[in-house]
Design a protein around this ligand. Structure first.
Ligand code: PLP
Length: 459
């Protein structure tokens, strides 16, 4: 048996390993490599102590172990992935991807000082969201607007500012929970107002609202059902009908429309998605929605509507707590600017572009990709499938799409895991025991990476 003392002596110095070519990896900071090397050498010492090894591995092997460990230690960090799930607004994968213009605006704004609250013309303090408000007015004809951290915050602020101490009337069919614990009844309670439920799960009529209205009613609230659908015998009250009631009693009508389409998304077959401008035209006094769903920007919540109510919200302490940062403002301004022309918006905003792909376009993309992959000897099929908008928008609505389905040497689960474990993970979905990579949500720029990675399945 080799003497343990002898083995300890053969352990390479940290410095020596640091000079190994394998560890001259540019993706890591020096301190991260040093930490990894130290841990690998500590483990080696332990193994010697426990008598688990009889000779010291070569330097290259130790260096590789350290590099592996360095990779593992940043494994949980947020990073880019390729979304091949076909879910356009995938909440776990970051919802909307920004346009090039918005990404550039962010990069430029945050790496130096900026005009966050500074008026260049006057040379003094300016308005944080003036630019955003100007664009929103042009696009939706709203009287006033306010931007907060997300739509959940928007609803919380609206209700806190105008309904506290009174009651709010909501249909039982709209007492929803949206992803990640946004529960309408809980939010209402949090705002210090009483929830007055009316109607039933499937049917609510205007009389239900009017008979529940009394002198303590501070608002009528309508919530888009977003992530579910009631089918069969259903009845709900439209915004225009509710607007009539709200005018009669002089109480505001609030509508949480969730996704907040700024353009007419019916042309992408999204027939049930409320459109911001229409909601205001139909008589909603306040409309709230997310900035990172169909709109296509960063996480934020947008509140539009009557100036008298928006002014109340601006003065509420929660507004200061929910206010957005310069990154969000830069992204939102750059995104809204494009909406001045719908053709340009569809071309430049990834969410809209992905929605706009026709079946033929997607099939041709899938066929081209397959052809390239087959050249590498990997077997892959084109499969007709369905993708969804996601992000709690348009429940049950599926868009016809095409996917490629690579067949690796192992099981479907193994192939899925292999692609998911790559440096830039490729996230697909398994359907009928086949791995599908849906072309609707894959950027053209990523095709080459996908070809090379899928090709490596057989090596
Ligand atoms: C998505 C959604 C929310 C929550 O929006 P966040 O921006 O994620 O906070 C609230 N209400 C409705 C109707 C939604 O669809």
């Amino acid at each position: 048996m080799t003497d343990k003392k002898e083995l300890y002596k053969q352990i390479p110095q940290v410095d020596k390993l640091l000079h190994n070519e394998i560890l001259k990896n540019r993706e890591f900071y020096r301190h991260e490599i040093i930490d990894a090397v130290k841990i690998v050498l500590d483990e080696l010492r332990n193994d010697i102590k426990d008598g688990k090894i009889v000779n010291i591995p070569a330097d290259d092997e130790l260096a590789l172990n350290a590099l592996d460990l360095a990779f593992k230690r940043v494994d949980k960090d947020i990073r880019r992935v390729i979304n091949a799930t076909g879910v356009i607004l995938h909440s776990n994968l970051g919802r909307a991807c920004l346009s090039k213009a918005a990404s550039e605006a962010i990069a430029e704004t945050i790496s130096s000082y900026c005009t966050l609250e500074y008026d260049i013309n006057e040379g003094k303090r300016g308005d944080r969201t003036g630019g955003v408000e100007k664009y929103l007015k042009n696009i939706t004809d709203c009287e006033a607007s306010l931007i907060v951290n997300n739509n959940a915050a928007a609803v919380l602020l609206v209700l806190s500012a105008i309904t506290a101490g009174g009651n709010v009337i909501v249909s039982r069919g709209e007492l929803v929970e949206i992803g990640g614990g946004f529960r309408v009844p809980d939010i209402i309670m949090q705002c210090g107002c009483e929830l007055r439920e009316v109607g039933t799960t499937n049917k609510t009529r205007i009389d239900d609202y009017s008979s529940a209205t009394d002198k303590n009613t501070k608002a009528l609230l309508k919530v888009h059902s977003s992530n579910f659908k009631v089918v069969g015998f259903t009845e709900s009250v439209s915004v225009s009908e509710l607007a009539g009631l709200s005018k009669t009693h002089n109480i505001p009508l609030i509508e949480d429309i969730g996704s907040g389409a700024l353009s007419d998304v019916r042309r992408y077959s999204l027939y049930e998605e409320p459109i911001v401008k229409e909601s205001l035209q139909n008589g909603a006094d306040i409309v709230t929605f997310s900035g990172d769903k169909l709109l296509g920007s960063l996480q934020c919540g947008i509140i539009l509507g009557k100036k008298e109510y928006i002014d109340l919200m601006k003065k509420h302490p929660l507004y200061r707590a929910f206010r957005i940062d310069k990154v969000t403002i830069a992204a939102l301004e750059a995104t809204l600017r494009v909406y001045g022309d719908l053709q340009t918006a569809q071309r430049d905003i990834p969410v809209l572009r992905m929605l706009s792909f026709t079946e033929d376009e997607l099939r041709s993309k899938a066929e081209k990709l397959c052809e390239e992959i087959r050249k590498h000897g990997v077997s892959v099929d084109v499969i007709k499938t369905k993708s969804v908008a996601g992000g709690g928008s348009v429940p049950g609505l599926e868009l016809p799409s095409y996917a490629i389905s690579p067949i690796g040497s192992g099981s479907t689960d193994e192939t899925e895991k292999y692609l998911r474990k790559q440096k830039v993970p490729i996230i697909g979905r398994i359907e009928n025991d086949r791995l599908l990579l849906d072309l609707r949500t894959i950027f053209d720029e990523d095709h080459e990476y996908i070809i090379n990675t899928v090709a490596s399945l057989i090596s």
